[in-house]
Design a protein around this ligand. Sequence first.
Ligand code: ZN
Length: 270
Amino acid sequence: MSKHKRRPVPVFEHPIIETHCHLDYLQGEPVEDVVMAAEQVNIERLITITVSPDNLETVQHLVGAHPRVYGTQGIHPHEAETYTNAVEEEIRAHGSDEKIVAIGEIGLDYFYDHADREVQKDVFRRQLQVACDLNQPVVIHSREADDDTIAILREFESTLKRRGVIHSFTSGPELAQYALDNGWCLGFNGITSFNKAENVRDIVRMAPIEQILLETDSPFLTPVPYRGRENAPFYLPFVAEKIAEVKELPLEQVISQTYQNSLKTFFPGS
Ligand SMILES: [Zn+2]
């Protein structure tokens, strides 16, 4: 890479919203600097996502410390076996705090199987119920679990009013179609720029732009042309460009529409 300078991050006139990152997992720079760098590429708001009982409180503090940072409360399927009544109480207590915009990330991961599948399903259902009770949207993680994800979301079709997003979407067309038909958004990140991810680009093509959200999932999944570096929210413009290219839509339309989608999903009334 030494001879070729990598293209700088493009800056758009219209603001964008980073709908999925893990600010407390970034190793490279202090959160303060990362948020400032995001501001410089016109990222108006960032949603930092919780995954385990250990970072529920961290995220509560982060949203208090940074005006542009919003958060979620929830337990990732990898951590499902750490879910207790006390953890649920914590999520219920803070799940609708002022700058907490969703319950998540929650769901099923049968690729890694870090937690027993029955436990994952139980914990997924319990947190969907929390979202119903708090009238919050949800951020869903689903990997190699399409059938069970659909089955469980069906159970909540009439009670989970605000839906949400299936983030880092890498599942098959059946789950995509179910989600799109039922008012969910699909979240896409740097994976859309990876050579081998044609299956993901096929889903981008089938999803209406009105149901797409932009995310980085940083510190993971750094988009081209910065693969090999730690991912960060300020790379989000590359994701917007890729979605525009794959969907053959004007970049401005992708940016303004996904911005509206983010507001509708997480910031109703703003
Ligand atoms: Zn994530």
